[in-house]
Design a protein around this ligand. Sequence first.
Ligand SMILES: C[S@@+](CC[C@H](N)C(=O)[O-])C[C@H]1O[C@@H](n2cnc3c(N)ncnc32)[C@H](O)[C@@H]1O
Length: 240
Amino acid sequence: MNNKLGFGGEHLGKEFDLVSLAWPYNERFQKSAALVMAESLIGKKGGRILDLGAGTGLTALPLLGMISKSHHVIELEAQPIMLDQARLKLRDYSEQTEYILDDALNALSPMPSNSLDGVISGFFFHNLPKDQRASLWELLSDRLRPGAMISACDKVVPDNLDLHRLLVQEQIKTFDVFAEHGHPELQREWAEHTHQDDLDPVTESELREMMRYGFTDLQIFERELVDIRFSCRLPQSHEM
Ligand SMILES: C[S@@+](CC[C@H](N)C(=O)[O-])C[C@H]1O[C@@H](n2cnc3c(N)ncnc32)[C@H](O)[C@@H]1O
């Protein structure tokens, strides 16, 4: 695995959920992304939804509260310290959840074509290097069924470089709140993580380019600093 993980460390991984102190919009983003996915499943039964970079389960929790019991959520995550917290957070949904501890590309490669009914993802894609992001989108276009949706929140910088730099600086300031709450180590680690992310950021134009793998209907719903919420889908078979 060659990516910018950084959540396995003692502080960032263990105290991951405190991130909502710095990003008060996190809960709204996660709930709204879940709602878009849940709406896409209305009228369907037995759906398999993949949560990419599941982390501590912050993305899956609102979704599981919205979908019917016939749907199944696969929590895919590379770091045990994160997946263990997801197992605990989602314990009330044990019959609807499955956990895969693996790198996303490794885990997706052997999955059959047309085997997924949707992908949710919170702040995951930007963790991969650019070449792996492209491979991932290409794999997803095969593993998802026609009409299936991707609903995600992620770090996606604007194409305008001046605005991009300004937003990253503003985002780093949001971590001051950790020091105010007695967690200077989190302030330092989140700032370092953000600088590292910014060496190879996802840009809005890169996101639009990923539609070339067969996706359509890209919608960017909202932006807070470098964080956006977006969705796209594969065409229905009759649209192809
Ligand atoms: C910023 S966290 C977000 C977690 C959760 N989705 C949320 O929104 O709260 C990104 C997660 O992606 C995981 N991750 C990064 N690269 C990965 C990869 N190649 N395969 C699987 N998981 C990965 C990290 O370990 C981390 O838990």
